[in-house]
Design a protein around this ligand. Structure first.
Ligand code: HEC
Length: 539
């Protein structure tokens, strides 16, 4: 299979996005009016801290929380025994092994005439103080000893206060954007006029996909309501606008938002508002620690692809040690990729690579080529533009030197102008298969039925898979939906086939669904891209 050389945007969306990533997005935005109405749904800062303790068993202030189990009083870290594990995210309790953890909703705990449990235990209504004693000593308000399945906890007075404050909201704190019969999902499209096509693709595919879901009865009888907003001039204003959008429109979760250019800001915003976001359109997934639990990326972006390319290259090398050069032109993007390549070379046993900065002036390229040739290395990772790569190849070819070139994730059609001595010696990576048409019928059917646009197919595939992953997560999260349950359901996806991307896996510590790439080479004569590898995992 080959790719048509003329249609850059049928290549995975990465190439189309490349031209815009990192740019500030000028655009128009209108009303700056704050609308109220969201506040009653939001937890106070104290309740939010309490929720963290209830759900995760960790202290927002980093203080120690310990749990003591059974008669023997074995001490374990609180995070291994969060309340939600037994009492459920909604406080209604998950019966296990014949033991029924108490209903912890405030109504249940504070029934005016007290509570009689099935096994005969009775007690007056709970007060704040009584709750503290139940948590720390295992006593109910009548002084009865609770079953020792319920651990005792040791935690600071402040954390205990936060936890009790949250217990009063438990079960009532249903997340925004959720009603008996609807779930509000948001997306963000680029405002810039020259990116209008991407915006149309996001809108068309998402609308079509949700219409299908709704026509089949929605998710547990809830219809998906789609709300759309647009980016703004700068990352900061974009972040402010998306924040207002989420709060005013009561957005439960986001799908395939266009975050390129404001990746850091929007990822931080989702974390801050605790809004799950699936499949943002970007080249730069925000990795790093601590993990941002709220953002689920589909593909690995530039760095992950570079790592896959290194794995591919190192495997083809007969002599592995120190055989690699990296040539980079000095820009922000190159830096992260440079580090990723160096790290991956080390892991694959073909490091350490020698880095060389690309010359600033064209007139210096011949000398630069000669210097590289003297290293007698035969593999170059090239992080720069196609024009720069070709200039270097031309000089190398004058010197009768033709090392293998691995290009950073981006290659445009200019690359077909490479000298003939580099035939079969140019490789780059793409995040989803150029010729993998397995199971795409579903996508094609959707396209036909809803008359989806014929442009930006790469973007469309990404948007389609985001919607599909999100819907799968919503289904798995169950009827008693919450953002936390959605996150946990998504974390449970293992090798999930979207039909249009490599299979997607998330986990407690994993937020990039398909970590890796396909390697593509170039037929200089026919001016075609050709697949050179199957899926290469770079996890
Ligand atoms: C390992 C499972 C488990 C964990 C973890 C757990 N509980 Fe319990 N909890 C229980 C069970 C079971 C009961 C019922 C005990 C009984 O009926 O004697 C209970 C009872 C209670 C009660 C007493 C309510 C009543 O009926 O009088 C409170 C309050 C309570 N839990 C709060 C919490 C809080 C807060 C946390 C987290 C800090 C927590 N529990 C963690 C299992 C658990």
């Amino acid at each position: 299979m080959s790719l048509p050389a003329h249609d850059r945007c049928t290549l995975p969306y990465i190439i189309c996005l490349a031209s815009i990533a990192g740019l500030i997005l000028p655009g128009s935005f209108g009303d700056l009016v704050f609308a109220g109405g969201a506040a009653q749904y939001l937890l106070t800062a104290q309740e939010k801290s309490g929720k963290q303790i209830y759900v995760h068993g960790t202290s927002p202030g980093g203080r120690k929380i310990s749990a003591y189990l059974g008669e023997s009083s074995v001490e374990v870290p609180g995070r291994t025994m969060p309340c939600a594990n037994c009492h459920g995210l909604d406080g209604r309790g998950k019966p296990e092994g014949g033991v029924v953890p108490s209903n912890l909703t405030w109504e249940a705990l504070t029934k005016p005439y007290g509570v009689t449990h099935p096994e005969g235990r009775t007690h007056p209504p709970y007060t704040d103080r009584a709750l503290e004693l139940a948590i720390t000593r295992g006593l109910d308000p009548a002084g009865n000893k609770l079953l020792n399945v319920m651990p005792h906890y040791q935690l600071s007075q402040e954390d205990l206060g936060d936890l009790v404050a949250y217990l009063k909201r438990l079960g009532k704190d249903h997340d925004p954007g959720l009603t008996e019969n609807s779930i509000t999902i948001g997306t963000t499209i680029p405002a810039r006029a020259d990116l209008a096509g991407i915006g149309q693709a996001i809108k068309a595919v998402t609308t079509a996909f949700f219409e299908e879901v709704n026509s089949r009865g929605g998710i547990y009888n809830r219809r998906i309501e789609l709300k759309i907003n647009a980016t703004s001039d700068t990352p900061i204003t974009t972040s402010a606008i998306v924040k207002r959008f989420i709060q005013n429109e009561q957005v439960f979760a986001m799908t395939s938002a266009f975050t390129a250019g404001a990746d850091k800001e929007l990822a931080a915003l989702m974390d801050n508002l605790e809004v799950p976001m699936v499949g943002p359109l970007t080249l730069y997934p925000q990795g790093g620690y601590p993990l941002n639990r709220h953002v689920f990326y589909i593909l690995s972006g530039v760095e992950g692809q570079a790592r896959a390319l290194v794995n591919f290259a190192c495997q083809r090398m007969p002599v592995k040690r120190a055989a690699v050069l990296i040539v980079y032109s000095d820009d922000e993007m190159a830096k992260g990729v440079l580090e990723a390549i160096t790290d991956q070379c080390r892991k694959s046993g073909c490091g350490p690579p020698e880095p060389y900065g690309y010359p600033n002036a064209d007139s210096d390229v011949p000398g630069f080529a000669a210097k590289l040739k003297q290293t007698s290395k035969s593999v170059i990772f090239f992080l720069g533009t196609s024009r720069e790569a070709i200039a270097l190849m031309k000089e190398a070819s004058e010197l009768r030197w033709s090392p293998t070139f691995y290009l950073g994730a981006i290659a445009g059609n200019e690359i077909f102008g490479a000298p003939p001595s580099f035939a079969k010696k140019i490789f780059f990576s793409v995040p989803s298969s150029p010729d993998d048409h397995t199971r795409t019928e579903e996508f094609r059917d959707l396209a036909t039925k809803h008359k989806l646009p014929a442009h930006h197919l790469g973007v469309q595939r990404s948007v389609y898979s985001a919607a599909k992953i999100l819907i799968e997560g919503l289904k798995r999260a169950g009827k008693d939906l919450s953002r936390e349950k959605l996150i946990q359901a998504l974390e449970g996806l293992y090798e999930y086939p979207t039909g249009v991307t490599p299979a997607v896996t998330y986990g407690l510590n994993r937020r990039i669904g398909a970590m890796g790439a396909y390697v593509v080479t170039i037929d200089l004569e026919k001016k075609q891209f050709l697949p050179a590898s199957g899926w290469i995992d770079s996890n």
